[in-house]
Design a protein around this ligand. Sequence first.
Ligand code: AMP
Length: 249
Amino acid sequence: MKILVPVKRVVDYNVKVRVKKDETDVELDNVKMSMNPFDEIAVEEALRLKEKGIASEIIAVSIGLPEVQETIRNALAMGADSGIFINCTSRLEPLSVAKILTSICNKIKPDLVIMGKQAIDDDMNATGQMLSAMLNWGQATFASKLEIQDKKIKVGREIDGGIENIEVILPAIVTTDLRLNEPRYASLPNIMKAKRKPIDEIKIEDLNIDTEPRLEILKVEEPKSREAGIMVKSVDEMIEKLKNEAKVI
Ligand code: AMP
């Protein structure tokens, strides 16, 4: 079984994101970048399937500027076998990413694509779903449990108030939720080994895909800062304030 894992380079989740002065985007200069955490979970799940003898090959793919090769190397250091780097300088929205991944899937024919449920930079939560529609493959989104049985996968999906268990025929798309697993750290020997693993480069122009944006970012704003709290002297005072000032009860 061949598994494709799309990995996105995003602002590290520990970084306090700042909005650019001109409000067109968030500040990316001198900011620590890392693999999208949901994609780390996807790589980990693929590795576990390989360790169980179910998967035979794991390919990590990333689309973007040359720096995204660093993210692919991280996936290789975790244990993926090879990488595909789609060299693309323009900003891409989920529709374009899904079209590019469709083209890659048609080329390398994976049995399973495991990817993040969302990228933590723009929280689109759309690429996996679009990819599934374009390929006409089944999808299991928000996976918190995954089991492969012959040509099917059983997936536990995190939904409001519980877990929904579904079965999907392969090939399929799975998008990962936070509780699926805890990703491993790459060991030093594996980081060294990853340097020798192959990364194929494909230029976006060679894929002949329309990546013209369909959406425009009008403005990026900081969230409203929280007002300072106040100390109350008694429960009665708190109830009075919740009722008459905050008007929440
Ligand atoms: P999104 O729909 O933008 O929230 O992203 C969902 C998932 O799509 C991510 O977790 C990645 O697995 C994949 N993805 C999005 N953008 C890229 C990219 N530029 N390169 C590789 N994978 C991507």
